[in-house]
Design a protein around this ligand. Structure first.
Ligand code: GDP
Length: 309
């Protein structure tokens, strides 16, 4: 992408979109287009069309999505399938109709079968049943991949999809009902320390394993892929290592400096037993994640304390 290219980052207020904007600005891109939800409702087809015809973006990062942790996904299934389908349909079609040169659609590792062999290779997509707690979201994201690939096949569009693993970082959602595990545990552990509570509640058994990617690494990967990838296979983006929720909770205790105990609540769902991506494809292209988990958690904790606590 030339530095004066007109680049639309859809979802720039979110965890991923805001990191992509920061990465573009760091690299010297001067024409980054953004719209808040109040300015442009991506669920509205005519509004999206008007935006593309007046602003004429040449490149698109589709980071706008209805996202949430295990509880939110399980509780609001309509929102997760409906809003995501609407956003994908409107933005991807408008990108094609208004001549966008390249589009990157961001999905999620939850598109893969619940019991996929680990680490999960890209080709395991659609080889088995999904995790029920986030199936509506996963199916919307799978539909997005298929839409991207249909535009590739039918029109030769240079649209691609990337599937990041579980994400965290500055700008994450720290609401305890809707957040993902890392942000939730950072907040709960911090509050337990400040309030002198003897315990922190951790949902589930602590046994599920997750891989955590810092969102600044994902943003770097997104810029890299736009320049170096043009294939129908939805490419995995991860760090290539996972840890159990119990180990994550211990690590967070250590970073926060909390001395109390962890209490597991097995009445809460565990979700997928394991979700580790095979990242050989992106590594072979020359990209790998740089931010070690502990460093990333320390930096996110600092951000939380300064901005949210
Ligand atoms: P998932 O990767 O789609 O399952 O999403 P989450 O990040 O929400 O949850 C990952 C795992 O962490 C699940 O096994 C949760 O039960 C577990 N977990 C433990 N404590 C918490 C918490 O306080 N919030 C959330 N969201 N998950 C938690």
């Amino acid at each position: 992408m030339p530095l004066d290219a007109r680049i639309f980052v859809a979802g720039h207020r979110g965890l991923v979109g805001s990191a992509i904007v920061r990465a573009l600005e760091r690299q010297g891109y001067r024409n980054v287009l953004t719209r808040t939800r109040a300015e442009l409702d991506l669920r509205s087809e005519p509004d999206v069309d008007d935006f593309f015809s007046s602003e004429r973006p040449e490149y698109v990062y589709l980071a706008a999505a209805k996202v949430g942790g295990i509880w939110a996904n399980n509780t609001y299934p309509v929102d997760f399938i409906q809003e995501n389908l609407e956003i994908e349909l409107n933005v991807i079609r408008a990108a094609h109709e208004h001549g966008v040169k390249k589009l990157l659609f961001l999905g999620s590792s939850c598109i893969y079968p619940r019991l996929a062999p680990q680490p999960i290779k890209e080709e395991y997509l659609l080889t088995g049943p999904l995790e029920p707690t986030n199936q509506p979201y996963a199916i919307a994201k799978i539909a997005g991949i298929e839409l991207v690939n249909s535009y590739r096949r039918q029109y030769g569009a240079h649209f691609i999809s990337a599937m990041p693993t579980n994400l965290y970082g500055p700008g994450d959602n720290f609401d305890l009902e809707t957040s993902h595990v890392l942000a939730a545990l950072l907040r709960k552990t911090h509050e337990a320390k400040v309030n002198g509570s003897p315990t922190v509640q951790v949902w589930g058994t602590g046994n599920p394993r997750r891989e955590f990617l810092h969102v600044d690494d994902l943003a770097e990967a997104s810029l890299f892929l736009l320049d170096h990838y043009d294939d129908a296979v939805p490419i995995n983006v991860g760090i290539g290592e996972d840890i159990s929720i119990r180990e994550l909770a211990e690590l967070i205790k250590n970073v926060v400096g909390y001395q109390g105990d962890l209490v597991f609540d097995p009445r809460k769902p565990d979700g997928m037993p394991r979700k580790l991506l095979d990242v050989n494809r992106i590594r072979a292209l020359g990209w790998s994640a740089r931010i070690p988990l502990r460093t990333g958690i320390e930096q996110t904790y600092e951000w939380f304390v300064q901005n949210m606590a």
